[in-house]
Write a protein that binds this ligand. Structure first.
Ligand code: ADP
Ligand code: MG
Length: 703
């Protein structure tokens, strides 16, 4: 049923154009012209109240007059008439509404947009748009848009939130030689969103790769799930990362979440590749739509020029697939097809003397060799060689190798002849680029995508709690007292309930109690103010560390109380916490935010200046697998510190990853209650010695 409705939008067998016009230049004219020009084979029904005929087609005064069924309607009437038109469409039994008209939420009229969606749904119709250019499909020759022509045919389908960009990409597809099966303008995403379309495209036999231009999601988790379930590569160009999540945040983590890092995490977890810019989106789309993924780490580069070889080497390092020397047997064989001064290491430099035959033989051998997981063939145009012949020899070698499922990318650096040769290669299914780093980037994308998909297969960790009663009881008590945050003690109790190791902490309400508890815990101890009104305890003079004896406890007790009251005279003080003094370790921070788009999201970073000045943190949408947790530890710039920099022992990363994945499970499970959390600092010890959360903060959702 659901699929059917998307079908009506993307592959309709008949279309009515509501707001059809006989006046050239009007959108209601252009859409009909485009449907005719593209040679759409379904029935086209212009609808407007006055004309008898438009561009040789019979015009209908009303939808109801159209004989038989109509599957989709393209709506171009002004916004204020759209709602009534939807009633007519519903009565006619139309399934899909392609609403080109603008003037809805994008100009602030959210109410009108909600109204048309609920009305469409009441008739069982789905909406693409509003505020879109339309939708274009090569295989069915459907140009239901005001973009001038169908794109160059190809196997990629592109969904874009920017209509202007669709029209530009349509044109660039020809100049850049990157073909598309579909171009879909998604506009305001009032109803049909990225997830719906990705799910539909996953079953589309004409689409091998899905490219996205994304400004933002409404429901980030739906996107993640849709991409995770897709078998096809998804490549996303995301813009406008800085405006996201700018709202003031009560926790450290909250203030760091607005940097686009949450989107980075979401794409990664979904298993979607990123494009760095528009050109890169084309480059990667070309590679992913034409080539299989790269299954291992061994990339071999063939070249006739040392310079482009070095550029490729640099790019390989930069894009995460550093070159390794080929094994001896590979080198021996390759040596046969180059002069003495050539190099058979990697890059394999056949020198400027390389002609068609050497290209053929080295490609045939390398592509066929099991050590090679991905082959990049570079060529610098020379006076002695013909680029088209070189291109043919490469294609021939690939065919004759009999190898399947192994990627190849190519770069020809030269003039018009090289461009022509590359165009031919692309038509032959070999992605070709005019610079060596681009061919390497394309291969890196094929590798990255393979690794991303592997990670998607790893199951996220659950909490394994029989129930979450302890946490919910503590939260309910705080809510009953009208509080928006838990105290450190309460927060630690919640953490402990989820198996997170915290420094032992007891509340005392008198000086005598403090003394006896300090003795029980054992000196030295730490003492801290416990007040729901003082979230940042040090700022209020509310933390004393390394207290060595009874006299120290008494003094600290009174000083902390006095400081707290000086800081905030009306503060509600629960008492003073006596805490085990944790041995010093590497300071890290774990935290979480309940992101508006993605929900509970966990953060990790090194503490102190690393987080405060360098903002060296990484995020994941919760829950996460343990392998994602391990990946997070390696992702921060300060990762070498955890690995044991400057002769220090490596930190207990295993325990840290374990705690991180438990933490993510906790905030996911309590996602309905918790807005933000911080465990700052978490002290991490040497391998095998674990870690300790010494400060905890939980801020509740406002309900
Ligand atoms: P806040 O962040 O509210 O100011 P913390 O509880 O984080 O208060 O305490 C401030 C600092 O004191 C911590 O960053 C840490 O350096 C130190 N500290 C706090 N508790 C302990 C503890 N139990 N063991 C060792 N050091 C601690
Ligand atoms: Mg702290």
């Amino acid at each position: 049923m659901k699929k059917d409705q998307i079908n009506a939008l993307l592959a309709p067998s008949s279309i009515a154009i509501i707001g059809a016009s006989a006046t050239p230049g009007k959108i209601g004219y252009t859409v009909i012209k485009n449907l005719l020009d593209s040679k759409y084979s379904g029935n086209i029904y212009p609808v407007n109240p006055k004309d008898d005929e438009i561009q040789g087609l019979k015009n209908y005064k009303t939808l109801a007059e159209i004989p038989g069924e109509v599957e989709a309607a393209v709506i171009v009437v002004p916004a204020k008439f759209v709602s009534d038109v939807i009633d007519e469409c519903g009565k006619k039994g139309i399934k899909g509404l392609i609403i080109i008209t603008s003037g809805f939420s994008e100009v602030g009229d959210k109410a009108l947009e909600l109204e048309i969606v609920s009305k469409a749904h009441s008739y069982g119709m789905r909406i693409l748009g509003p505020n879109i250019v339309g939708t274009l499909t090569n295989s069915t020759k459907l140009n239901a848009s005001f973009a001038p022509y169908l794109p160059l045919p190809g196997k990629a389908s592109l969904i874009t939130q920017s209509g202007a960009l669709l029209i530009a990409i349509d044109a660039i597809s020809y100049t850049r030689g990157v073909g598309f099966e579909k171009l879909i303008s998604i506009g305001n995403m009032s109803d049909v969103d990225f997830a719906d379309l990705i799910t539909w495209l996953d079953d589309d036999p004409n689409t091998s790769c899905i490219s996205l231009y994304v400004e933002g999601f409404k429901d980030g988790r739906r996107f993640i799930e849709a991409v995770q379930k897709t078998n096809k590569p998804v490549i996303a160009l995301k813009s406008g990362v800085s405006a996201h999540g700018a709202a003031a945040a009560a926790s450290h983590t909250g203030s760091l979440a607005g940097s686009g890092k949450v989107y980075d995490a979401a794409f990664m977890q979904a298993g979607a590749l990123r494009a760095s810019d528009l050109n890169n989106l084309f480059d990667r789309t070309l590679a992913l739509s034409l080539q299989p993924t790269m299954k291992g780490d061994n990339m071999l580069v063939l070249t006739n020029g040392g310079g482009v070889g070095v550029l490729a080497t640099d790019a390989a390092e930069k894009y995460g697939v550093p070159l390794k020397f080929a094994p001896e047997d590979v080198q021996v064989e390759l040596k046969k097809h180059m002069p003495d001064f050539g190099s058979a290491k990697n890059p394999v430099d056949m020198t400027g003397m390389a002609g068609t035959d050497w290209y053929y033989k080295t490609t045939l051998f390398s592509y066929g060799h099991k050590w090679v997981d991905g082959l990049v063939v570079l060529y610098c145009e020379t006076a002695q060689t013909n680029p088209e012949e070189i291109a043919k020899s490469i294609r021939k070698a690939v065919d004759e190798s009999g190898v399947k499922g192994k990627p190849i990318t190519v770069s020809f650096v030269g003039g018009e002849r090289s461009d022509k040769a590359m165009r031919w290669l692309v038509e032959q299914g070999v992605p070709a680029y005019n610079a060596p780093d681009l061919a390497v980037n394309a291969m890196a994308a094929l590798r990255e995508f393979h690794l991303l998909r592997e990670m998607v297969g790893h199951k996220p960790r659950g909490t394994n709690l029989l129930d979450d009663k302890i946490a919910r009881t503590i939260i309910a008590k705080a809510r009953k007292e009208g509080r928006g945050a838990l105290t450190e003690i309460e927060s630690k109790q919640v953490f402990e309930a989820y198996g997170l190791p915290t420094a032992k902490t007891i509340l005392s309400t008198t000086e005598e109690e403090a003394v006896s508890q300090a003795k029980k815990i054992g000196f030295p101890v730490v003492m801290k103010i416990v007040s729901p009104d003082i979230l940042h305890k040090s700022d209020a003079g509310g933390v004393k560390v390394n207290i060595k004896d009874e006299a120290g406890v008494r003094e600290a007790y009174n000083t902390i109380l006095a400081n707290a009251l000086k800081y905030k005279a009306t503060a509600n003080i629960h008492g003073i916490a006596i805490q085990e003094m944790a041995p010093w370790g590497t300071e890290t921070i774990i935290g979480s935010v309940n992101d508006a788009t993605f929900g509970p999201t966990v953060m990790f970073g090194l503490g102190g200046i690393f987080v405060e000045v360098l903002k060296d943190v990484t995020f994941r949408v919760a829950p996460i697998s343990e392998s994602q947790a391990v990946k997070m530890l390696g992702e921060i710039r300060g990762a070498p510190i955890l690995a044991g920099a400057r002769g220090e022992a490596p930190r207990d990363r295993k325990a840290l990853a374990d705690v991180l994945s438990k933490y993510a499970a906790m905030i996911h499970e309590l996602g309905d209650e918790i807005a933000e959390t911080d465990a700052n600092p978490v002290l991490v010890y040497e391998e095998g010695k674990g870690l300790k959360v010494v400060d905890a903060r939980i801020i509740l959702k406002t309900k």
